[in-house]
Structure formats: C-alpha cells, structure tokens
Design a protein. Structure first.
Length: 113
C-alpha cells in the first residue's frame, strides 16, 4: 500500500505549504518593520537606531523574493507530479495536494503584469 508516488506527493505538498506560509510571515514581518522604522523616525530616535531598523527591514524584504522563487519551483514540481499521476486522483493525499496548490496560488507572483 505504501506507494512511493503518494509519498512524493505528500512531501511536495508539505514543501509548498511550508514555503507559502513562510512567504506570508516574511511579508507581515516586513510590514511591521516598516511601521517600526516610521515610528522611530516620527519620534526623532537616534540615527543609528533608525539605520539598524532599516537594515532589519531590508533583510526581511530580501527574503520575500527568495520565498517566491522557491514557491514557484515547488508549486511547479507538485503540479507536474499531480498531472502525471492522474490515476491517483481518488486518493486523499492527491486531493489534499490539489487543495494546497489552490491555496498557494495567491502567493505566487502575478505573471500577467
């Protein structure tokens, strides 16, 4: 019963789910950091503190495209497996993988622009 194809689907589903979640977390963190930098500027905080916070912001912003790039690859890998293993489409892990792909779509970069 331990079909290696199901195992691969499960692994790749987990990867897509994790990277999509990671991207959302980095975006939230970057937004919070932007607000923190603005607050520091508004309060007239020390220039050194502001620069340090801006560095943290840049690090968060750099992680978003990295997550997007990894998500696009993981999404494509999972989609390819699902397309080639149509005979498993009744299996619960196959259905779960399809749902994860659907849930991850909003996190993919918009290719139409």
């Amino acid at each position: 019963m331990a079909d290696p194809r199901i195992r691969q689907i499960k692994i790749k589903t987990g990867v897509v789910k994790r990277i999509a979640k990671e991207k959302v977390v980095y975006e939230k963190e970057a937004e919070q950091q932007k607000n923190r930098v603005q607050k520091f500027k508004d309060e007239g905080q020390d220039e050194h503190n502001i620069r340090k916070q801006e560095e943290v912001l840049q690090e968060s912003l750099m992680m978003v495209p990295d997550c997007q790039r990894r998500l696009v690859k993981a999404y494509a890998d999972l989609k390819t497996i699902l397309d080639t293993e149509q005979d498993l489409k009744e299996h619960e892990d196959y259905v779960a993988a399809q749902q994860v792909l659907k849930d991850a779509e909003p996190e993919l970069p918009d290719n139409s622009s």
